[in-house]
Write a protein that binds this ligand. Sequence first.
Ligand SMILES: Cc1cc2nc3c(=O)[nH]c(=O)nc-3n(C[C@H](O)[C@H](O)[C@H](O)COP(=O)(O)OP(=O)(O)OC[C@H]3O[C@@H](n4cnc5c(N)ncnc54)[C@H](O)[C@@H]3O)c2cc1C
Length: 328
Amino acid sequence: MKDFKNVWIFAEAQRGKLSPTALELLTAGRKLADDLGEKLCAVLLGYQVEHFAKDLFEHGADVVYVCDDKALENYVDDIYAKTLTGMIQAYKPNKFLLPATNMGRSLSAKTAVFVGTGLTADATEVVINKEDGQLHATRPTFGGNLMATITCAHTRPEMCSLRPMSYEKAALQAGRTGEVVKFPFDAAKYTSLAHFIKFIKSEGEGLDLSEAEVIVAGGRGVGKAEGFLLLKKLADRLGGAVAASRAPVDSGWIDYRYQIGLTGRTVKPKLYIACGISGQIQHMAGMSGSDVIVAINKDAEAPMMKVANYAVQGDLYDVIPAMLEALK
Ligand SMILES: Cc1cc2nc3c(=O)[nH]c(=O)nc-3n(C[C@H](O)[C@H](O)[C@H](O)COP(=O)(O)OP(=O)(O)OC[C@H]3O[C@@H](n4cnc5c(N)ncnc54)[C@H](O)[C@@H]3O)c2cc1C
């Protein structure tokens, strides 16, 4: 295990865009690397992605490993996981952080199996244990009622997927540079039985909840699918996005990709307006980092009303139209 050195982060880049999770992982990884006295390295896989190395250096990476090939243009998990496995076997990282995005969850699990190491999935905090240098990864468990710290004592690298928004993005250090290491793509080895046919953008995907500065979220109190149109009006007026608790998703009023919480997305907007959401712990797990919380609820005793900076007691079908009127 002594052969394994340095902290790696996976810099997700698809369709010409570097994911903001790369900069969050650089923050988490920088602290781990400094505590270990090792280098912080980023991994880029894709096609025409090498230019992102500059952004990664300017946000803290010391080394960027790049595998740039037409075969990696679209994400196919077998091909990506085999390529990543090849890189891990060649360069032997000590710790490896990936984002717990759709891609990262699939890629980290498959890669950990190919490499034969352990993975803590969906962690919210990572630290180095000062005594033995092991990675301690913490994640919510038992429906968010407990936090479990998980270790991987006997194999390397210690892998972990980290929830988006668990760390701030690393600060820009303009002009900072580092070393680029190119890794060749091996078409004979990095194969898959699955083939990419075409990419279909799902409706409404333009709006990225994790980047929205204002979120208007609805809960069971919205009462019906059409109720979300009223929330959308308020969101549009404020330049924000609509989201939901799990109850409306389970009722089929709104798609799962809008769900905030333990089993949904984590968000950190400047303003979170919770309409008809009681504020159960599993919902709070996804939005408690919001700068300002406004709760609209009939029940003054609802937990969301207690944590809110501004609690409006009333029927959301009266309060939201009044807000829209006032915003005119
Ligand atoms: C393992 C596990 C994972 C989970 N993951 C998630 C998750 O990711 N996200 C999530 O949200 N939940 C999650 N849940 C579910 C969670 O426990 C709650 O059941 C859910 O968050 C409740 O949603 P809600 O607040 O919309 O509904 P409720 O708790 O039913 O609250 C509805 C609120 O609306 C108010 N209200 C009703 N009518 C109106 C009106 N006209 N105007 C104003 N207010 C009104 C009521 O007073 C009430 O406070 C999870 C649960 C488990 C066990």
